[in-house]
Design a protein around this ligand. Structure first.
Ligand code: 1HN
Length: 347
């Protein structure tokens, strides 16, 4: 027997003996645990709304919102099948609520964002206040707040749910309970929190009661107005076009503690300069159409399509003409932990 093999079998036997004590040798796995750059099973992926919408509508014939509690088709990353994850830290799904339906009240420690994809006029109720949903609106359900949804409009309503489920799972910090009634009590008029907290003033002695923005609805019309204003007054960023982040107006911090949310207007014509960052990101096309090169793969997208850019994977966007993208990621977590990195190429 050669010396190297002898060492190897000696080590193997040693590993077997320490295994009985729930121990393992770091030196066999160190290189895989501590990589020079992110190494991720997350794959670039796209869901074309035209293709998946029929299946979503079919779910409406298969189960009621009441029975399902939440009638959602989970968007699972193809590299993470069976995990309910769209990236390693984020969950995403498309939720359907039909006219007359109610998704019953519950609460949980996971934070949720809703990004309205199709339809007008259904509502979500959060903490005693209803908000009516319109396409392109970004709406927050903070941790441990009662929430239920209803559709009193005459068409189907679809939104993208983004939750920090994998983060809460990793921390084993999931708590949840169902409400006593299907719908929570409404204690404040619609528009209360945007008017109270979102107009550049705050009630004088108000102190934040949570780490989430007190404004839980960010209507698309206002975000779009800001982007249009930036377009008229500023040169576009080479990597991002004109891009804004949603904030908690009481702190200037991200609107949600675990998920960063963004909206960007891409100028027509040229592709954006290549960019990569350590936060795997989920995009939703809101207006327009185009191509995005994610690593080596080019995805063609249009309004309502959802696509994923994995961590540290270079992306460029090439819209056919002006286009708008919503996106979300775990960037607030990475920033708070001192982990966030980004790299711009060329410009
Ligand atoms: C949830 O509460 C909602 O309230 C949607 O609409 C999706 C996925 C997992 C766990 C809770 C909602 C969810 C969820």
């Amino acid at each position: 027997m050669k010396a190297a093999e002898a060492v190897s079998s000696e080590r193997r036997a040693y590993y077997d003996r320490i295994d009985a004590y729930n121990m393992a040798p770091l030196w066999e796995v160190l290189h895989a645990l501590v990589t020079p750059e992110p190494v991720s099973p997350v794959r670039p992926a796209i869901w074309h709304y035209d293709e998946i919408r029929p299946y979503l509508m079919e779910s409406g014939r298969i189960i009621s919102a009441r029975e399902a509690v939440r009638r959602v088709l989970i968007l699972e990353n193809p590299g993470l099948r069976g995990t309910s994850q769209v990236t390693r830290s984020l969950y995403a799904g498309l939720q359907l609520i039909l006219p007359g339906e109610i998704a019953p009240s519950h609460r949980h420690t996971q934070s949720a964002l809703r990004f309205v994809v199709e339809g007008e006029g259904a509502y979500t109720a959060v903490d005693g206040e209803r908000t009516t949903m319109h396409e392109g609106d970004f709406i927050i359900t903070p941790p441990w707040t009662w929430h239920d949804h209803g559709n009193e409009s005459d068409g189907p309503m679809v939104w993208l749910d983004g939750l920090d489920i994998p983060i809460v799972q990793m921390l084993d910090a999931s708590f949840a309970e169902n409400g006593n009634a299907e719908q929570q009590m409404i204690t404040r008029p619609e528009g209360d929190s945007p008017t109270r907290y979102g107009h550049g003033v705050l009630p004088v002695d108000w102190k934040p009661g949570s780490k989430t923005s007190p404004v839980f609805s960010y209507p698309y019309a206002r975000t779009r107005e800001t982007l249009e204003h930036l377009r008229k007054t500023d040169a576009p960023d080479p990597c991002h076009g004109w891009k804004v982040r949603y904030i908690n107006p009481a702190t200037g911090d991200w609107a949600m503690p675990t998920m960063g949310t963004f909206m960007q207007l891409l100028p027509g014509g040229a592709a954006t300069a290549p960019y990569r960052s350590s936060d795997a990101t989920v995009f939703v096309a809101v207006e327009g159409e185009g191509d995005s090169r994610i690593g080596d793969i080019v995805f063609a997208w249009k309004k309502r399509d959802v696509f994923v850019v994995p961590s540290w994977t270079t992306v460029t966007h090439q819209p056919k003409s002006e286009a708008v993208l919503f996106s979300f990621s775990d960037r607030p977590v990475q920033e708070k932990l001192g982990l966030f990195r980004e790299e711009r190429f060329g410009k």
